[in-house]
Design a protein. Structure first.
Length: 438
């Protein structure tokens, strides 16, 4: 046992995420839209035709790793530069070295992590060296480079958007970590595929977070001889997320989102905030919740309060910008607002009724009067004939028929008296009276 402990210390001297850092494109997980066979970035790397570029994406998706793979593939000098700790003095020193390398025919790839943290003067210091090819600049940022990187520098870089890793990609990465000798392959680790998927779900697309969680779970696993057993309880203790451990594709996942939805529909802000907290503290993706809240805004509030959709969309954007845990308050604001808003499902009902008719009458022709007539032939056969331009009438209304003959007089939207929709109902009644009288 003592000998095993010594070996363990040697093998595990670095964090798991560092030991498993991909060394080649073949080992790299995710970003198939950029690195799949025949895709643009892969072709640039394989042809050794890499220019200055910026990787934009969330944490833990491989921005630094990809830059290192490129450096190794192109046999360039690789300089790792942090925008957090470096100033103009350090930039100039690095640029001078890069210029010397260029004279000897050597490429220099300068990788700048968190490039959005550089101010304008620091970013401008790179410009002349990028322009004359002294360096190939690869910047990494979690912020939109359109807003955070100087236009002059941005125009000289290709921007590649890296996406959060999918659950199945993270699960495969974790499976490899258990068996690979660089991971826990020299130990006997027992962990089910279900728990690997649980860790992958918890990581929300972040490979570094997934590997760190796995590492902590293995280090705290139950020892049985020379075997380490990782259980559901082990992961609960390591993540402090007891309610996390529901399968995001399973029943409990849908039970919780249903509870949130129905609590808001029932105008119960306390229950709604509780179910929101249950999901967020379980490790649920805040963007998933924000999408469901956005749907609710139109399905259950609708035109009773048109601001509901604005607030829901704003909450989604806030979640996208800053993530957890900070975005919990934005979702709380949206959930409480929607709980207290007047309720109307008139839009949901309207679409369901119209959808039924649309599916049964897909071949129903558009009335000639409301067809465009961009050619003489179309005009000659009656396209647009008799069209009435509403803005030309005093009341901004016409009696023109817009539904097919078979649906004439059919109604789908039945506004309620709730909130602003009450005013819309009155207006709709006025419009219908006008059309009946004309």
């Amino acid at each position: 046992m003592i000998e095993q402990g010594t070996l363990f210390e040697k093998v595990e001297s670095e964090p798991l995420a560092a030991r498993l850092r991909p060394q080649t494109l073949e080992e790299f997980y995710g970003q198939k839209h950029l690195l799949g066979e025949g895709k643009v970035l892969r072709r640039l790397i394989e042809s050794d035709n890499v220019g200055s570029m910026i990787f934009w994406g969330p944490p833990g998706v491989g921005k630094t790793t990809l830059a290192r793979i490129i450096a190794k593939r192109t046999k360039a000098n690789f300089i790792d530069f942090s925008a957090v700790t470096s100033g103009i003095k350090e930039i100039k020193q690095v640029m001078e070295q890069a210029e010397k390398n260029r004279r000897f025919g050597e490429k220099t790839i300068l990788f700048v992590d968190e490039i959005h943290r550089f101010n304008k003067a620091q970013q401008d210091a790179f410009l002349p060296y990028v322009e004359k090819g002294s360096i190939i600049l690869i910047g990494a940022t979690t912020e939109n480079p359109s807003f955070e990187v100087n236009g002059a520098l941005l125009s000289r870089c290709k921007v590649f958007v890296l996406q959060a890793l999918k659950t199945e990609e993270l699960t495969e990465l974790l499976r490899r970590a258990v068996t690979d000798e660089r991971g826990f392959g020299r130990q006997r680790v027992v962990i089910s595929d279900e728990l690997l998927e649980t860790i992958a779900n918890f990581a929300n697309g972040d490979a570094r977070s997934a590997l760190s969680t796995l590492e902590m779970a293995v280090l705290n696993g139950e020892l049985n001889g020379d075997t380490t057993i990782v259980t559901k309880e082990t992961i609960e203790q390591c993540t402090s997320k007891k309610s996390l451990l529901y399968d995001k594709s399973g029943e409990e996942h849908y039970n919780l989102i249903s509870a949130l939805h129905k609590s808001m529909r029932n105008s119960d802000p306390d229950a709604a905030v509780y179910w929101l907290a249950r999901m967020l503290e379980a490790g649920e993706d805040p963007l998933y919740i924000a999408r469901r809240v956005t749907r609710f805004a139109s399905e259950d509030v609708g035109l009773a309060d048109p601001r509901a959709l604005e607030i829901a969309v704003a909450a989604y954007q806030a979640c996208h910008f800053i993530g957890m845990p900070e975005c919990s308050v934005h979702l709380t604001e949206a959930v409480v607002y929607l709980s207290m808003a007047p309720k109307s499902n008139a839009l949901d009902v309207a679409y369901a009724l119209a959808k039924k008719d649309a599916l049964n009458m897909l071949a129903e022709p558009v009335p000639l009067v409301i067809r465009n007539a961009p050619t003489k032939l179309m005009k000659d056969i009656g396209y647009g004939k008799g069209y009435q331009y509403a803005h030309d009438s005093e009341d901004k209304l016409t009696n023109m028929q817009c539904l097919p003959d078979s649906l004439l007089g059919k109604e789908y939207y039945f506004p309620t008296e709730e909130g602003i929709e009450g005013r819309i109902k009155t207006r709709l009644a006025e419009i219908k009276d006008w059309k009946k009288n004309h």
